[in-house]
Design a protein around this ligand. Structure first.
Ligand SMILES: Nc1ncnc2c1ncn2[C@@H]1O[C@H](COP(=O)(O)OP(=O)(O)OP(=O)(O)O)[C@@H](O)[C@H]1O
Length: 294
């Protein structure tokens, strides 16, 4: 299968930040969610994939095109939307739609019409009068109606009200209905990522902490509530990513969960009372705090 993108040994240095040695790929037809705290490097990675910024090391291939050499061909087939992108405030949305329709032969006017209705936008209104959420939706419409094979979205749901958020998430999942289109989006909202993404990538301080398909990701983690005394030996168990004590009750956050764990903990004097799945948010916070790979 062709990769929507693949990067290898990717590095980018800024005076106070470095993206370190990222190896990452996404199969066509899939959605990847990028999770990371402020300043983790999500935008930096997206801008490199969009051909807006060049890496200092490593290789980047987007839709079979090697960047930066073949970036014109790649850019024709990818869409990139981020909050800080400028639209012409004194022009209408219709004016922007016509501009993009002239530049991109794959522009789909009937899909643009559907999105206008879905996002409740008025094509003739000047961008000047758009609210933040309407601008986000306008930017998405302009990108989605181009029907790009790869859509790169930097925090597409930030600042949207709950209804608008769901509309945007639904529009994104619609993108994938027709086959080999792919999406990479960043978000602080792990619920959005959990809902939409096939593959989840954690970035922290410019490093990739983890990347894998959502089901395996969530399946690897558990929260276990145990009764008993903590023994120093347990501190060396790699599966225990976090511990909270309240009297004789211990709450353990477990990575690489296996069914034999309860028996092994029993051998250390801990009775496992309950075992719970963990949300993506909990997994992310635990991973970042543990400072290790998920
Ligand atoms: N052009 C630049 N010059 C210098 N430093 C930069 C530049 N662009 C990004 N950085 C730095 O790189 C780091 C990562 O920024 P980036 O925007 O990629 O993070 P992010 O994960 O998208 O964060 P946020 O969630 O806050 O948007 C930050 O410390 C930022 O200051």
């Amino acid at each position: 299968m062709t990769a929507a993108f693949s990067v290898s040994g990717l590095g980018k240095r800024y005076p106070h930040f470095e993206l370190h040695d990222i190896d990452l790929a996404l199969a066509e037809g899939e959605i990847m969610g990028l999770v990371g705290v402020n300043g983790a490097g999500k935008t930096t990675l997206l801008r490199i994939l969009a051909g807006i910024s060049s890496p200092d090391s490593g290789t980047v291939e987007v839709l079979g095109h090697s960047l930066p050499r073949e970036q014109v061909a790649a850019k024709r087939q990818l869409g990139f939307a981020s909050e800080d992108m400028r639209l012409y405030r004194k022009r209408s949305l219709r004016w922007h739609m016509d501009l993009i329709a002239r530049a991109y032969p794959d522009w789909d006017e009937s899909y643009a019409g559907i999105l206008l209705k879905r996002f409740a936008l008025r094509a003739e209104q000047l961008l000047d009068g758009f609210s933040h959420g309407q601008r986000v939706k306008a930017l998405l419409l302009l990108n989605l109606a181009r029907r790009p094979r790869l859509l790169l979205l930097d925090e597409p749901t930030t600042g949207l009200d709950p209804v608008a958020r769901v509309e945007v998430l639904e529009a994104l999942s619609d993108v994938l209905r027709d086959g080999d289109r792919s999406v990479v989006f960043s978000s602080h909202n792990t619920h959005d990522i959990e809902q939409l993404a096939d593959t989840i990538t954690f970035l922290h301080e410019g490093r990739m902490l983890a990347s894998c398909d959502k089901e395996s990701f969530i399946d690897r983690w558990r929260r276990m509530v145990c009764q008993g005394d903590w023994t120093p030996d347990l501190a060396h168990w790699p599966q225990i990513a976090a511990l909270r004590r309240s009297g004789s009750v211990l709450e353990l956050k477990i990575r690489d969960f296996s069914d034999d764990l309860a028996g092994r903990l029993k051998g250390q004097g801990l009775d496992v009372r309950t075992v719970h799945p963990m949300s993506l948010e909990d997994i992310f916070i635990t991973t970042v705090r543990a400072g290790e790979t998920a």
